[in-house]
Design a protein around this ligand. Structure first.
Ligand SMILES: O=C(CO)COP(=O)(O)O
Ligand SMILES: O=C[C@H](O)COP(=O)(O)O
Ligand SMILES: [Zn+2]
Ligand SMILES: [Zn+2]
Length: 309
């Protein structure tokens, strides 16, 4: 099974009122946990690598492992560059066999974002690769950039941006945020569904992407802490909100933090209960199983992408 782009996936997801999970991968166990989860639920999946993941594992290793996963499972898999910072990163990903790229120009002003995104779109489309762009800024940490406040996406600007750049999907800011600390402890989580609705109305049939969409399950955080961790005040996006977004124009939901937390909790448990253990397969295997469970849960209860192959 060759790797696919997200074009067909998004078309079907939009029409079917569900979303595709985009999970970040950095190594073999994370990759296997994700694809085993997707395979078990008969769901398409997007595997995404940040530039730091490419640096950590190497683009050739990642591509080879992902191709092996597609061949072994037979499910639809797209390999996506997450938060590509510039055309160079995009070129490297495309040369490495990625089928989809994100160019994240959200920290530039509107005109500069349009100009750079357009350049990426022209290059990627000439190579048969689709492009996710971003408009609006998520509060919190993103790569090396820290934003104190959300800059919510302006729906009229979104229309102009999509028309002028020719991007294939658009990541928007409606209140999600990267990492495990998305809201202050005493703050009631909320998303700007009014903005999503307006964008959906003004850009019919256009796939929207949500970054920073981990739910940060309190039980998983508690398990990390029970077995020696120290993670305070973690908070994510409530599952019902994500499910609602998936039923609307959101076709891609990005999750990384939830995989990290699940894997860490499982590994901590192995070490805490078996201090003499030193076979990496025992703890990495437990981490892999935990990731599979998270992915199955997301597909079933958040994304709605089970049995959509
Ligand atoms: O958006 C993400 C990757 O691009 C991941 O978001 P989380 O940190 O909420 O998992
Ligand atoms: O949005 C960022 C992803 O969670 C990837 O994070 P990373 O750059 O640490 O690999
Ligand atoms: Zn961004
Ligand atoms: Zn992101």
């Amino acid at each position: 099974m060759p790797l696919v782009t997200t074009k067909e996936m998004f078309k079907k997801a939009y029409e079917g009122g569900y979303a595709i999970g985009a999970f970040n991968i950095n190594n073999l166990e994370i990759l296997q946990g994700v694809v085993r989860g997707a395979k078990a639920k008969n769901s398409p999946v997007i595997l995404q690598c940040s530039t730091s993941a490419l640096k950590y594992a190497g683009p050739k290793y990642l591509r080879a492992m992902v191709e092996a996963a597609a061949e072994e499972t037979g499910i639809d898999i797209a390999l996506h560059l997450d938060h590509g910072p510039d055309l160079e990163a995009v070129k490297l990903a495309i040369a490495s066999g990625f089928t989809s790229v994100m160019f994240d120009g959200s920290h530039y002003d509107f005109e500069e974002n349009v100009r750079r995104t357009k350049e990426v779109v022209e290059y990627a489309h000439a190579h048969g690769v689709v492009v996710e762009a971003e408009l609006g800024v998520l509060a919190g940490v993103e790569d090396d950039v820290v934003a104190a406040e959300h800059v919510y996406t302006d729906p009229d600007q979104a229309v102009e941006f999509v028309e002028r750049t020719g991007c294939d999907s658009l990541a928007i800011a409606i209140g999600t945020s990267h990492g495990a600390f998305k809201f202050p402890p005493d703050y009631e989580p909320q998303l700007r569904f009014d903005i999503l609705e307006e964008i959906q109305r003004k850009l019919p049939n256009f796939p929207i992407v949500l970054h920073g969409a981990s739910a940060v399950d309190p039980e998983t955080v508690e398990m990390c802490n029970k077995y020696g961790g120290n993670i305070a005040n973690a908070k994510g996006i409530p599952v019902e909100m994500l499910r609602k977004a998936a039923s609307m124009a959101v076709c891609k939901i990005n999750m990384d933090t939830d995989l990290r937390l699940a894997m860490t909790a499982a590994i901590r448990k192995v070490f805490a209960e078996n201090p003499a253990e030193f076979d990496p397969r025992k703890y990495l295997g437990a981490g892999r199983d935990a990731i599979q469970k998270v992915v199955e849960y997301k597909i079933e209860h958040v994304l709605g992408s089970a049995n959509r192959l």
